[in-house]
Ligand binder design. Structure first.
Ligand code: NAD
Length: 505
C-alpha cells in the first residue's frame, strides 16, 4: 500500500511536539482514516518491555508520593500550559490519526486542558472526613493516600482525552501512570507523552519517570492487567475488552475502572423544542462519525409528533457535509477503518431483515479515497427494538422508534445491556424529573434537553451495567485513584474500648 501524502505533515507535527525519531521505527503500520494509507510506523512493546515500564513507574512512585499534593498540582498546571501552547498541533494530529473533524480534534485537546485545570484545584482539596468518636479523648478521621502505579488502557475514539482524564487525577493523587493507548492511535500518544516528559523534566528532572507509555495491542495491555505492581487499572474500550480484563483484575483483587460500550438513547416528547431537539440529536448521532461511547444510537419519538419530526430529522441528515475532517464545514469524517464499515453494513442488513426502513448508510467518496471509509450516516425507522438495536454498533446508525406512553419509552430505553448516557427532550417538568429520577433512565448520565454526548469534565463520567460501572473525570471520581485510611487517635490517658467492651489485663 502506498504511503499517504499526509506522512510529511505527520512527521512535521510529531517533530514540533517533541517526538523522538527513534520512536518512529517498527513493524506496526499507522494509517490515517482520512485516506486509509500509511502515515508512520511504530514498534510494539513486548511483555518484557511493558514490565520494564511498570518497573520504572513503580520505582518513581515513592519520590512522587512524597511531593505535597499542591506541588503535584503545580506540575499538572504546567502540563496544562504546555498543552495550551501546542493545542493546534496536537488537535490536528488527533484529526489526522483518528479522523474526527478538526473542531473535535481541538476540542479533545481542550478537554485535556480542562481536566488539568480541574486537577490543579483538586490538588488542594483531597479532603478526608473528621468523624465523632464514641470514646472520650479520641478523634477519628479519614486520610487519603496514593495507590501506586495506575494502568490506563484507552480506546481509539478519544485517543488523548481519556488518558488525560485519568492521568491528571492519578498524578495529583500521587500515583505514577502507565499508559497503553489504542494500537490504532499510537502517534497522538507518543506526542502527548513527549509533551508531558518535556514538562516534567523542566519541573524536576528527578521525577522524569513518573509517567510511562507502552505501545502495542491487547498483548501489551496484558502486562498491566496481570502485574501485581499495578493496583488500579482504568480500561476504556469495548465491553468485549472489559469482559476479558475484569475477571483477571478481580482474581488478583486489583481495582478496576471500566469504561465500556454504550447504547445511548433519547426520548423526544410532544412538548420538546423541535429546533433544539434536532440540533442536539444530530450532533449526538453523527458527531465523530458515530464513534463516541456516548453517541446517540436509539431515538424514541412520541406518536403525536412522529410524522412531523422524523422527516425534518431526515432533511437535516440529507444536508450533512461528509468528507475530509480537516476541511472547515465538514461535519462527518471517516470511520476508523474497514472493519468499522463492515460492522455498520452488517448491522444495517440485520435491521432491514427486522423490518427497518433505512435512509443513508451507504459508503461515499470511495472514488477519491478508495482505502478510506466514509459513510452517509444512517437513519433507520424500526418497527420495534429488535436484538440488533440492543447492540452497540460503533458507527453512525440511529434507530428511530415510536412511543405512546412515557413509561413504555423509559422501559424500552432501559431494556438494553448497556447503561452509559441518555436524554429526554421535553418542556414538561414532570417528564423531565421522572426521567432523571430513580424510576427513569438507568444510565450513569441522564440529561434533559441536551443530547447524550459531549459531557463536561466537571461531572463524574461513566455508566452502569455492561458499560462497566466506572467513574472518572470530575466530581469525586478522584477517590478511585486513592486508598482510604481510617485513623483513630487517642489523646487521653485511658484506653476505653469501642462497644463498651471490658478487657482487663
Ligand atoms: P477496543 O476494546 O477494541 O480497544 C480498547 C483498548 O483495549 C485498546 O487499547 C486495546 O488494545 C485494548 N484491548 C482490546 N482487547 C483487549 C484485551 N482482551 N485485553 C486487554 N486489552 C485489550 O475498543 P476500541 O475499538 O478502541 O474503542 C471503541 C469502544 O470503546 C466502544 O465500545 C466504545 O463505546 C468504547 N468506549 C467507551 C468509553 C467510555 O467511557 N465508556 C469511552 C470511549 C470508548
Amino acid at each position: 500500500m502506498p504511503i499517504s501524502p499526509l506522512a510529511g505533515e505527520v512527521r512535521h507535527l510529531l517533530e514540533t511536539l517533541g517526538v523522538n525519531g527513534g520512536d518512529l521505527r517498527g513493524d506496526r503500520v499507522v494509517r490515517s482514516p482520512i485516506d486509509g494509507r500509511e502515515i508512520a510506523r511504530v514498534g510494539d512493546a513486548g511483555r518484557a518491555e511493558a514490565a520494564e515500564a511498570i518497573g520504572r513507574a513503580a520505582a518513581a512512585f515513592p519520590a512522587w508520593r512524597a511531593v505535597p499534593a499542591p506541588r503535584r498540582g503545580e506540575l499538572v498546571r504546567r502540563f496544562g500550559e504546555t498543552l495550551r501552547v501546542h493545542k493546534e498541533s496536537l488537535g490536528r494530529l488527533v484529526t489526522i490519526e483518528n479522523g474526527k473533524i478538526l473542531q473535535e480534534g481541538l476540542g479533545e485537546v481542550q478537554e485535556m486542558i480542562d481536566i488539568c485545570d480541574f486537577a490543579v484545584g483538586l490538588s488542594r482539596q483531597l479532603y478526608g472526613l473528621t468523624i465523632a468518636s464514641e470514646r472520650p479523648g479520641h478523634r477519628m478521621m479519614e486520610t487519603w493516600h496514593p495507590l501506586g502505579v495506575c494502568g490506563i488502557v484507552t480506546a481509539f475514539n478519544f485517543p488523548v482525552a481519556v488518558w488525560a482524564w485519568n492521568a491528571a487525577l492519578a498524578l495529583v493523587c500521587g500515583n505514577t501512570p502507565v499508559w497503553k493507548p489504542s494500537e490504532k492511535t499510537p502517534l497522538t500518544a507518543l506526542a502527548t507523552q513527549a509533551l508531558f516528559r518535556r514538562t516534567v523534566e523542566a519541573f524536576d528532572p528527578a521525577l522524569a519517570e513518573i509517567a510511562q507509555l507502552v505501545l502495542g495491542d491487547a498483548a501489551a495491555s496484558a502486562a498491566l492487567v496481570d502485574d501485581p505492581r499495578v493496583p488500579l487499572l482504568s480500561a476504556t474500550g469495548s465491553t468485549r475488552m472489559g469482559r476479558a480484563v475484569a475477571p483477571k483484575l478481580a482474581a488478583r483483587f486489583a481495582r478496576a475502572i471500566l469504561e465500556l460500550g454504550g447504547n445511548n438513547a433519547a426520548i423526544v416528547a410532544p412538548s420538546a423544542d423541535p429546533e433544539l431537539a434536532l440540533r442536539g440529536i444530530t450532533f449526538a448521532a453523527v458527531g465523530t462519525a458515530g464513534q463516541r461511547c456516548t453517541t446517540l444510537r436509539r431515538l424514541f419519538v412520541h406518536d403525536d409528533i412522529y410524522a412531523a419530526f422524523v422527516p425534518r430529522l431526515a432533511a437535516v441528515y440529507g444536508k450533512l457535509r461528509i468528507g475530509d475532517p480537516r476541511e472547515p464545514g465538514t461535519l462527518v469524517g471517516p470511520l476508523i477503518d474497514g472493519a468499522a464499515y463492515e460492522g455498520m453494513r452488517k448491522a444495517l442488513d440485520q435491521a432491514a431483515r427486522d423490518g427497518g426502513t433505512i435512509a443513508g448508510g451507504q459508503r461515499v467518496l470511495s472514488n477519491e479515497w478508495p482505502d478510506a471509509f466514509y459513510v452517509q450516516p444512517a437513519l433507520v425507522e424500526m418497527p420495534a427494538q429488535t436484538e440488533i438495536v440492543t447492540r452497540e454498533t460503533f458507527a453512525p446508525i440511529l434507530y428511530v422508534m415510536r412511543y405512546r406512553a412515557l413509561d413504555d419509552a423509559i422501559r424500552l430505553h432501559n431494556a438494553v445491556p448497556q447503561g452509559l448516557s441518555s436524554s429526554i427532550f421535553t418542556g414538561d417538568m414532570r417528564e423531565a424529573e421522572t426521567f432523571v429520577s430513580a424510576e427513569g433512565s438507568d444510565c450513569g448520565i441522564a440529561n434533559v434537553n441536551i443530547g447524550p454526548s459531549g459531557a463536561e469534565i466537571g461531572g463524574a463520567f461513566g455508566g452502569e451495567k455492561e458499560t462497566g460501572g466506572g467513574r472518572e473525570s470530575g466530581s469525586d471520581a478522584w477517590k478511585a485513584y486513592m486508598r482510604r485510611a481510617t485513623n483513630t487517635i487517642n489523646y487521653s490517658k485511658a484506653l476505653p474500648l469501642a462497644q463498651g467492651i471490658r478487657f482487663e489485663v
